[in-house]
Design a protein around this ligand. Structure first.
Ligand SMILES: *[C@@H]1O[C@H](CO)[C@@H](O)[C@H](O)[C@H]1NC(C)=O
Ligand SMILES: *[C@@H]1O[C@H](CO)[C@@H](O)[C@H](O)[C@H]1NC(C)=O
Ligand SMILES: *[C@@H]1O[C@H](CO)[C@@H](O)[C@H](O)[C@H]1NC(C)=O
Ligand SMILES: *[C@@H]1O[C@H](CO)[C@@H](O)[C@H](O)[C@H]1NC(C)=O
Length: 497
């Protein structure tokens, strides 16, 4: 009797676990993809019939066969053992006679590329596009993937749609994000192992759309039912990716926030970074670092001779008001300064400069230093560490050697009675560069009347502060522009000499 019951149960079990059905990987696992290499372990997941036992195996330069996992609520999930950079591999998910496979899979570093139109800006539209596209075929180990532009009111488990599947260059490079592609290509040149690029971005979008409600709450923005859809892109274009193991992220966004919650950006942007880090770490079961490196582009330019302070304010807020990155509020971040790369004649409007090569190159320097801990990589432009003042002049000391071109008005001073701090309505006056040394510049303070003192100093505080690669202060090598800054009288700013 007992034996019969047992046999019946087994038959039922086999019937329920029948795999003649839909066994497949989640949307963003595909042929030609890159999976995160060691020391992290790649997470793979997909769909199958409820209760089925799925066995995932890997074959290629090395092999793995994982213990079977059970499909629960329609989903199976495994974490591979760590795999060194290289390939190609075949990844197979099998359940009885059903299999799903991914072919030509490489292991390397996965970088997520997010933001708005300047990240979406395709390689086909950059300067020297035909040359960039012609050499793309030389980089078959830099693979690209792009999520579709979709919004959702609720957090999605998987991408609703894929825009460009995992591809081997030169296929789809033309439509792919130029900054993302070039960043990947430059990284590959240095690292010499596969790079996987995941583009998930959308033009004209504020940071709030890419932020979870947790992140918005950090900045008191939860009740903000604005027209631009809090969290809608986080829900559809980021949340689905959380369970993939990634190395890091780069980001080119903030233009939209010059008009929308500008004064919150110094909170909302760092809060989004913190939240993405926490969520990717959790989603990957601890594989993606809890403090994964996050690079971003400080905004370039928009309107020549503009007197609006929207862009300067946002540039400052992009750094959580420190002026540089990484900084105490934004650890393990890196920033590509781009205010010296204007493109007045851009056919895509000046807000979309065509020189993405320099932007990507500067990001790569930051990644080498911050993400790959390479020593002696200069990636920070000069930043002042002391400003001394007398009635007649100001002396700005930088944290490194500088290359200086004199300017009459790139530095500006705010003058007022010492008891009246400089405010938004104060007038600013040019402070010409009079002389300079290896690590300092001396500015004239003569614009302040005898009765006034310099209460604040700012540098490049304009939408469009200089011509192409012609800002007055660069690193000694001449390639890293000084980022803009604003500094007030003590406690931490201008000191009386
Ligand atoms: C991968 O799966 C396809 C069908 O889905 C099959 O035709 C092919 O033989 C499989 N390739 C390998 C290498 O397992
Ligand atoms: C952010 O900027 C606003 C507006 O300039 C300022 O009032 C606020 O103190 C800043 N907050 C932080 C956290 O830096
Ligand atoms: C992704 O990770 C989140 C957080 O750990 C988890 O709630 C969710 O079920 C995971 N999704 C899949 C498909 O594994
Ligand atoms: C375009 O190519 C020319 C000629 O090689 C080069 O001088 C220039 O720097 C390139 N521009 C960019 C943005 O890479």
């Amino acid at each position: 009797m007992a034996k019969t019951v047992c046999a019946v149960l087994i038959l039922v079990a086999v019937f329920i676990h029948d795999c003649d059905g839909d066994l497949r990987f989640a949307s963003y696992y595909g042929d030609h993809m890159v999976l995160q290499k060691s020391p992290e372990r790649a997470v793979l997941w997909g769909y199958g019939p409820e209760g089925a036992q799925v066995t995932v195996s890997l074959s290629g330069p090395g092999t793995q066969k994982l213990s079977p996992v059970t499909v629960t609520e329609g989903i199976w999930r495994v974490t591979l053992d760590a795999v060194e950079a290289g390939g190609p591999y075949i990844v197979t998910a099998a359940c009885q006679s059903s299999t799903a496979n991914l072919t030509d899979v490489l292991f390397g570093d996965i970088w997520l590329c997010g933001g708005q139109s300047n990240m979406l800006f395709p390689t086909s539209e950059v300067f020297n596009a035909s040359k960039e596209l012609a050499i793309a075929a030389k980089y078959p180990h830099v693979r690209t993937f792009m999520a579709s532009l979709i919004q959702s009111e609720t957090e999605q488990t998987d991408l609703i749609q894929v825009e460009l599947p995992w591809s081997v260059p030169p296929e789809h490079v033309a439509e792919f994000s130029a900054v993302c592609w070039l960043f990947g290509r430059y990284l590959y040149k240095r690292l010499q192992y596969p790079i996987g690029l995941v583009e998930s971005c959308w033009g004209g979008t504020p940071v709030e759309a890419w932020s979870s409600s947790r992140a918005l709450q950090q900045c008191g923005q939860l009740d903000n039912h604005g027209p631009r859809g809090n969290s809608v892109l986080w829900n559809a274009m980021i949340h689905p990716l959380l369970n993939m193991t990634i190395k890091g992220a780069i980001w080119y966004q903030a233009e939209e926030n010059t008009y929308y919650h500008q004064d919150k950006y110094n909170c909302s942007f760092p809060a989004m970074i913190d939240d993405w880090r926490m969520a990717f770490h959790q989603g990957s079961g601890g594989q993606t670092a809890h403090d994964f490196p996050f690079g971003f582009v400080q905004l370039s330019t928009n309107v020549k001779k503009s007197t609006s302070d929207g862009i300067p304010n946002i540039r400052w807020h992009q750094t959580a008001d420190f002026g540089f990155a990484p900084n105490p509020r934004m650890q393990k971040t890196f920033m590509a300064v781009a205010l010296d790369l204007p493109d007045e004649k851009s056919p895509y409007t000046p807000l979309h400069p065509r020189d993405k090569q320099d932007v990507a190159y500067r990001l790569t320097l930051g990644a080498m230093a911050v993400a790959y801990n390479e020593k002696d990589v200069a990636f920070l432009g000069p930043f002042p560490n002391q400003v001394l003042s007398t009635q007649k002049y100001l002396k700005v000391h930088y944290d490194q050697k500088v290359s200086v071109t004199p300017s009459k008005d790139i530095f500006e001073i705010c003058c007022s009675n010492i008891h009246t701090p400089c405010g938004p309505k104060s007038r600013w006056f040019p402070a010409p560069i009079m002389e300079w040394g290896p690590t300092s510049v001396q500015l004239s303070a003569s614009a302040c009347l005898l009765t006034d003192v310099v209460t604040a100093l700012r540098y490049a505080w304009r939408d469009w502060p200089c011509d192409f690669k012609a800002c007055p202060i660069y690193s000694a090598s001449g390639i890293l522009p000084a980022p803009p800054f604003i500094v007030n009288r003590p406690p931490e700013g201008i000191q009386e000499l």
